[in-house]
Design a protein around this ligand. Structure first.
Ligand code: PBG
Length: 340
């Protein structure tokens, strides 16, 4: 029997605690702050590049000089981490994605520039091959186009070492191969990268909400009509997410991530309440695009919906949220204090 905590009406009137702003602030259970946000950034070669992403209005592909300007803003606003996603020249894409292993590639160079200029800003990098493969899959494929697990893990380990060597603070395998966390952790230890954190995309679903991201990094054209269902999770499953998280923690992940965000907050909640480890949510490109599109039609209040959805992730149990709204949200939070 649940213990009744409140007197019944009329002695119990829950609206008393909602009547005035001061009391709402006082009893507020969850808070959103700039410290809870990770800023995902699309990076391109060149200088003075700021290319708009058509399906993500307000989001740009940035060359390193602009990435540094953005990093400065993150630091000023108190955003702790920037996450890098490269847009790779199609001429450099190969079936084996070998560009991912080049120490002088776009991502390692950007990491070095960022750590050189802003050592206090955390830099997170994706470990996966999709920006680099000519077929757009996150791993290596066989003659039947099946994504190979163990052969892919070997390449991901090498990619993670290149990124750690460039100075990445957090490596984030987003590929969903089995056993990759253990392999990456062992390799990092063996190469004395003992402080490199692993954020495992543990429960990453085969979601239709990644569409704008694939446009942004240019992997949609490569992927064509193929999908990622043989490695990303079925949106119907949650028990499976628990097994994935359990395995990744046992294999050496420091933090786990659920993706997408809003449509999967039940998964965030269950992961957090079960494992009590640092748990992040990723408000993905399609979520961003939906909010921007409705706001541009004048159908919703963009800023309010932005803050409400981010706060929802926190309420569900996320310790931090990867969101394309990070900078705008942090600006709002800085301007108006507790905006919600
Ligand atoms: C690729 C990767 C994807 C995202 C982050 N890393 C796309 C995919 O799996 O196809 C999606 C992010 C977003 O939609 O915002 N490994």
């Amino acid at each position: 029997m649940p213990i009744p905590l409140f007197a019944p009406y009329p002695e119990g009137r829950p609206r008393r605690l909602r009547r005035d702003g001061f009391i709402r602030n006082l009893v507020c259970e969850h808070h959103l702050s700039a410290h809870d946000l990770i800023d995902p950034v699309f990076i391109v070669e060149g200088t003075n590049q700021r290319q708009p992403v058509a399906s993500m209005p307000g989001v740009f592909r940035l060359s390193i000089d602009h990435v540094l300007l953005r990093a400065q803003e993150c630091v000023e606003l108190g955003i702790p981490v920037m996450a890098l996603f490269p847009v790779i020249d199609p001429a450099l894409k190969t079936p084996d994605g070998r560009e991912a292993l080049r120490g002088e590639g776009l991502v390692p160079r950007t990491v070095r520039a960022l750590k050189g200029a802003f050592p206090q800003l955390g830099v997170m990098v994706d470990v996966a091959l999709d920006p680099y493969t000519s077929h757009g899959q996150d791993g290596l494929i066989d003659a039947q186009s099946h994504v190979l697990n163990d052969a892919t893990v070997d390449v991901l380990v090498r990619q993670a070492l290149v990124l750690a060597d460039a100075g990445a603070d957090i490596v984030a395998p987003s590929d969903m191969m089995d056993g990759r966390i253990k392999a990456i952790r062992q390799a990092l230890e063996a190469h004395h990268f003992v402080d490199t954190r692993i954020l495992a995309y543990s429960a990453k679903y085969a979601s239709a909400l990644y569409g704008p991201f694939r446009d942004a990094v240019g992997s949609a054209a490569q992927l064509g009509s193929a999908d990622k269902k043989s490695y990303q999770m079925d949106p119907a499953n949650t028990d499976e997410a628990m097994r994935e998280v359990a395995m990744d923690i046992a294999e050496g992940a420091d933090m786990v991530l659920v993706k997408p965000g809003l449509a999967y907050l039940d998964v965030v909640y269950r992961v957090k309440t079960t494992f009590r480890v640092p748990t992040f949510a990723y408000q993905v490109s399609g979520e961003y695009a939906m909010i921007e599109a409705a706001a541009r039609q004048g159908w919703i209040d963009r800023d309010a919906v932005m803050l409400e959805t981010l706060l929802s992730c926190k309420r569900a149990g996320a310790d931090a949220v990867v969101s394309y709204f990070s900078l705008d949200a942090a600006r709002l939070l800085a301007g108006v204090g507790s905006a919600l």
